[in-house]
Ligand binder design. Structure first.
Ligand SMILES: *Cc1c(COP(=O)(O)O)cnc(C)c1O
Length: 433
């Protein structure tokens, strides 16, 4: 498969080129030049074959010929070594639990796959590849764990000081080895700006071999199609139109959902479920896109003022507002609504949702009120409630059970380096280390 830039002014490249560069040279985001639909017969097979085989078949057209088939199989099998669970709260409402991976959040899919793919692509390189990541919470831990001890690669993670939970922070600042965490005095948008500036800095890129593992990297989006297939395999009734509610921040997850729809999976519509950082729901309502500085909320992994996958969404919808509206419906939730929703879902179903999933559940309910025709909702549960234990406890009155792998990290000392949000300082750091 060849990859093009949404900017339209960069040469086509291979998957290797797209994955190692991250951002295209014209500042655009890489997209596959085509997305082939699977036939209904092939989709039917997806329900029966082993999951690894299905994931392999889904990603193969995007990875050939760059990655030999045996290698691709190995990457898929090693990366997706945990289950996707569908929980039906009612006949018309399902929750897809994407948090059974090592860092208890859906980003494990993208990060584990990407780490192995990059590991393959840098074999034989003499220089060490530096992966730069800005995180508002969960990306950091997923990427750190995904890349831990991958040969030839070091990871530098930037995160906003005091704006993420202790559980999130401890998961990626305690690892050491090839993982360095920089604690930035600033917001997530500052972290994202530093990373973008580093990639745009030609002098720096001549001296350092840099790439990104943020959701701008197409290598993270491809494996996020897998769980849409997992849902399709497990849904009790496939004939009722499916509405997929996606708790969204940078909109990588929703972009991958549209990829999955384009390869043939039946999804009637997606819901862009956001917290107060609602640039996309606002765009769907007014037709105007106004990125803004991020504001802090309870669902902090979605505290993104300028979603970096927005150009991909537009591109997938041929840059037309009416197409975007057909594909996506938007909803924003306040913190108060999010807390209430956690409590309502607990009372009604005895189900504990984390704040991000609660935002998704709220959006589904709002959609349902405006669209009474028959449909079923699939809400992506993006994080384990234990990652946001304090907020969950505030919502439902009891703390969620703490999985042992999370408890272990809380005991370890934090190894991060405090830094300013000044670009020159950051550049000096990259050149010195
Ligand atoms: C990253 C994240 C999101 C947002 O996903 P995007 O792909 O950035 O839209 C939602 N929930 C959780 C728990 C996350 O970690």
């Amino acid at each position: 498969m060849r990859y093009r830039s949404t900017g339209g002014r960069a040469p086509l490249t291979s998957l290797r080129g797209a994955v190692l560069r991250g951002l295209a040279p014209d500042g655009g985001l890489y997209m596959p030049v085509e997305i082939a639909r699977h036939t209904p017969e092939e989709l039917e097979e997806f329900r029966r074959l082993p999951f690894t085989e299905v994931c392999f078949r889904v990603v193969r057209p995007f990875a050939t010929p760059d990655v030999p088939e045996e290698m691709l199989w190995q990457i898929v099998a090693e990366a997706i070594n945990f289950p996707v669970k569908l929980v039906s709260l009612s006949p018309a409402l399902h929750v897809l639990e994407l948090f059974h991976g090592p860092t208890l959040a859906f980003k494990d899919f993208g990060a584990r796959f990407l780490a192995r793919l990059m590991g393959y692509f840098v074999r034989g390189e003499s220089r060490t590849l530096t992966v730069l990541v800005a995180t508002s919470g969960d990306t950091g831990s997923a990427v750190a764990h995904g890349f831990l001890r991958v040969a030839g690669i070091r990871v530098v993670i930037l995160y906003p000081s005091k704006r993420i939970s202790e559980a999130q922070e401890k998961q990626f600042t305690t690892l050491g080895e090839n993982i360095t965490a920089l604690e930035v005095s600033g917001t997530f948008d500052d972290c994202q700006r530093l990373v973008k500036q580093a990639f745009a800095d030609e002098a720096l890129n001549q001296r350092a071999f840099l790439t990104s593992a943020n959701s701008i990297n197409v290598g993270r989006l491809l494996p996020q199609m897998f769980y849409h297939v997992a849902a399709y395999r497990q849904l009790p009734v496939a004939s009722v139109p499916l509405i997929v509610s996606v708790p969204s921040g940078n909109f990588g997850n929703l972009t991958a959902g549209i990829f999955a729809k384009r390869i043939g999976l039946p999804v009637a519509r997606f819901i862009a479920a956001t917290n107060a950082n609602d640039a996309v729901p606002e765009y769907l309502r007014s037709g105007e896109y106004h990125p803004r500085p991020a504001v802090a909320t309870y669902s902090n992994a979605m505290d993104v003022g300028n979603p970096n996958n927005f150009p991909r969404l537009l591109d997938l919808c041929r840059n037309r507002l009416e197409n975007v509206r057909k594909e996506i419906w938007g909803h924003r939730a306040t913190d108060a609504e999010t807390l209430n929703q956690m409590s309502a879902v607990w009372d009604r179903y005895r189900y504990i949702s984390d704040p991000h999933t609660a935002v998704g559940l709220l959006a589904w309910e709002a959609y349902r009120k405006e669209h009474p025709e028959p449909s079923q909702g699939l809400v992506l549960a993006t994080a384990h409630p234990a990652k946001f234990a304090e907020i969950v406890e505030k919502g439902i009155g009891v703390g969620p059970p703490l999985p042992s792998r999370l408890a272990e990290y809380l005991e370890r000392p934090k190894l991060s380096l405090p830094v300013s949000s000044n670009y020159e300082d950051f550049k000096q750091f990259l050149l010195a280390h």
